[in-house]
Design a protein around this ligand. Structure first.
Ligand code: HEC
Length: 106
């Protein structure tokens, strides 16, 4: 019985560590908002909008900056300071934003 509890605890904890923590992503995003906007819509003309991008895309972009496969003087530096779990949390946060889009009429 004791072993079962220990086993369950192990499985439960490991699954928790794989799940993205959106609240942590929100907290971490404070450092991103100067350029990418608090609502994920960029204020800086050189920085893209992050709101509503897929978590896979955000995660890949950040990992690429971190590993040097994608380079930008600002993002490369920022991504260096992020751990893999932090990248997942940030990706979960920004991908959860919902957008409404108005297509121009021409
Ligand atoms: C100093 C301004 C600045 C800050 C702060 C900043 N970024 Fe960026 N970010 C940029 C710029 C500029 C680009 C476009 C770089 C390029 O051309 O590759 C970018 C690109 C990105 C991209 C790629 C988006 C795409 O469409 O390909 C992601 C994802 C991203 N940033 C996430 C973040 C996250 C998460 C944070 C906070 C941890 C952050 N950024 C903080 C300026 C910033």
């Amino acid at each position: 019985m004791k072993n079962l509890v220990v086993l369950c605890l192990g499985i439960c904890l490991s699954s928790v560590s794989f799940a993205a923590d959106m609240a942590n992503g929100k907290a971490l995003s404070a450092q991103c908002s100067t350029c990418h906007g608090k609502n994920g819509l960029s204020k800086d003309p050189e920085a893209p909008n992050l709101a509503g991008l897929s978590s896979l895309y955000i995660e890949k972009a950040l990992v690429d900056y971190k590993k040097g496969m994608r380079q930008d003087r600002r993002m490369s530096l920022i991504a260096q300071g992020l751990s893999k779990p932090q990248i997942k949390d940030l990706a979960a946060w920004y991908s959860a934003f919902e957008l409404t889009v108005k297509v121009p009429e021409i």
